[in-house]
Design a protein around this ligand. Structure first.
Ligand code: PLP
Length: 523
């Protein structure tokens, strides 16, 4: 399988990259995102009836799916199996991503409402769904570097080892997951910028834009546009489908920020997995919800000087202005807007290249005009697959409270939602109320973080304004240790070490240089 750029449309349109280059580079040189030149179509009978699919473990599904996108000369079988086993062996749950049933929490009148399921993606080493992708990406980087640094290859290369420097910025939980995915790997250095007060991810972009610096330190990106991350995430859609659906229809509600998680589902569907629809669930940073309502993809109006246009919400990992993976979806969607009389053979541009030119012009408009509009055919194509909703903080807090207290009052086991998962659960509840799908669709909400990662929001939703009925049942305030995995509880109170980077880009550059150029500084 080869990869192309979403933006390469003219002379560059036929350029392709290997998986290794696409993964190590992250972003195409023209600023576009890498997409596979084709999406493999699976035989629907095998998909629904062959035990090799329907009864496969998470790791077996991953091996099957990854093989479709990664040729054996890029990663041989034995190596791929090792990478998969190491990546998902780091998860604490035997099923890797278990699917559990949510208790009823919508009130007594709704006791007959169709059930909701949660696909728990947070049993990895940092308790966030980003572990699924970053464990795999880390092991893949490691494999490529080890191969490049095998003794003979190093000799040919004048004795110089290949090494990479991963740089990322995060206000969510990418940082910890990236560090955990890369730690202990020889020839990989990691710098993750965390907000001291606020951080601009543009600083990292600027760093990558500095060609001299970028090549001197072989900068590599691990942000959510890396193709390997999307690929890793397709696995759990298959897994959840087999765990939940089989003969019935299934839909997924996905708390969404940069559109990586739900895009992976889109690929699973494009490969043939019979998914009814996806619910794109946003918080108050709702550019995707607004797009799916109107066909206009625009940054918020409120970009006055001095006002941060990103709203800080209870679900910080979804606090975005624009959604970096959306460009990949657009690349597929604009295909339908090509005129029916368009003749790819007669046109100097192939259909794919024409798409890329369209995508590039949209992305240019985001930069120059703050946004763009798509024609009705493109919006209709999007809406045939994606529903959407916007869930505000008050509804998130109310949902966390309900899923705890309603079961508690009924003597059942409460479910503790994290604020991101709650966004998806609320969107799913609302959709089920309004859509009247018949026959009912099995609805799976993606559980993207352990509640223990966001204890302030979770504990205050559960412990403040406790319902009378809970008091009557002897409710005692919930504490951190009740909602967090033990590994997180043990971190509490450990000393924190912090390198403060003071002066913007210059400071970041100096910190990286200072660390890497000082012999044996911290290795
Ligand atoms: C990153 C993240 C999301 C959003 O995923 P995207 O792929 O950016 O849409 C949701 N929840 C949590 C906890 C996250 O860390």
């Amino acid at each position: 399988m080869l990869y192309r750029s979403t933006r390469a449309g003219d002379a560059d349109g036929s350029r392709t990259w290997t998986l290794e280059d696409a993964v190590l580079q992250g972003l195409a040189p023209d600023g576009g995102l890498f997409v596979p030149v084709s999406v493999p179509a699976l035989d629907p009978r095998a998909l629904l009836a062959s035990p090799a699919w329907t009864d496969a473990s998470f790791a077996d599904l991953a091996k099957r799916i990854f093989r479709l996108y990664i040729d054996t000369d890029a990663v041989p079988d034995a190596a791929l199996h090792g990478i998969v086993d190491r990546s998902f062996g780091a998860f604490s749950h035997a099923d890797v991503t278990p699917v559990v049933r949510l208790p009823h929490a919508t009130g007594a009148a709704d006791a007959s409402a169709p059930p909701l399921w949660v696909l728990e993606l947070f049993h990895g080493p940092t308790h966030a769904f980003k572990d699924v992708a970053l464990q795999f990406l880390g092991n893949l980087f490691d494999f490529f570097l080890r191969r490049r640094n095998a003794a003979a290859a190093v000799q040919q290369h004048g004795g110089k080892r290949h090494a990479i420097t991963v740089v990322g910025a995060t206000s969510g939980d990418t940082g910890g997951a990236a560090i955990y995915g890369l730690r202990g790997k020889p020839d990989i250095q990691v710098f993750i910028l965390h907000p001291h007060k606020r951080i601009s991810p543009d600083m990292v972009k600027a760093l990558f834009g500095d060609e001299e610096f970028r090549s001197r330190y072989s900068l590599a990106a691990i942000n959510s546009i890396n193709w390997a991350r999307i690929l890793a995430q397709t696995t759990y859609y298959f897994y959840a489908y087999y765990a939940r659906a089989r003969a019935t229809r299934v839909q997924f509600s996905v708390p969404t920020g940069n559109f990586g998680d739900v895009l992976a589902g889109f690929y699973a569907r494009a490969m043939g997995l019979p998914v009814h629809r996806f619910v794109v669930a946003t918080n108050e940073n709702d550019i995707l919800h607004r797009f799916l309502q109107t066909g206009r993809y625009t940054k918020p109006e409120d970009t006055k000087a001095g006002v941060d246009p990103v709203k800080q919400t209870l679900s910080p990992a979804m606090d975005i202005l624009v959604s970096s993976n959306f460009e990949r979806l657009l690349w597929y969607l604009v295909g339908v807007s090509l005129s029916p009389s368009f003749n790819a053979a007669a046109d100097p541009l192939s259909g794919d290249n024409l798409r890329s030119l369209t995508v590039k012009s949209y992305m240019d408009q985001v930069k120059t005009a703050g946004g763009f509009s798509v024609p009705p055919s493109v919006l209709a194509a999007a809406r045939s697959i994606f529903a959407s909703d916007r869930v505000d903080d008050a509804s998130v807090a109310a949902a966390i409270q309900r899923y705890y207290h309603v079961p508690f009052q009924a003597g059942q086991t409460p479910y503790v939602l994290d604020p991101h998962t709650a966004v998806g659960v609320v969107a799913a509840e609302r959709l089920l109320k309004s859509s009247g799908d018949n026959p009912p669709v099995q609805t799976v909400c993606l559980g993207t973080a352990s509640p223990g990662k966001f204890p302030e929001a979770v504990l205050s939703a559960i412990n403040e304004s406790v319902p009378e009925a809970s008091k009557a049942r002897g409710f005692q305030p919930v504490v951190f240790g009740d909602i967090a995995p033990r590994a997180l509880v043990e971190l509490d109170g450990l000393p924190q070490r912090c390198v403060l980077v003071r002066t913007g880009l210059v400071g970041v550059r100096q910190t990286i240089q200072g660390t890497l150029d000082t012999p044996k500084s911290h290795l």
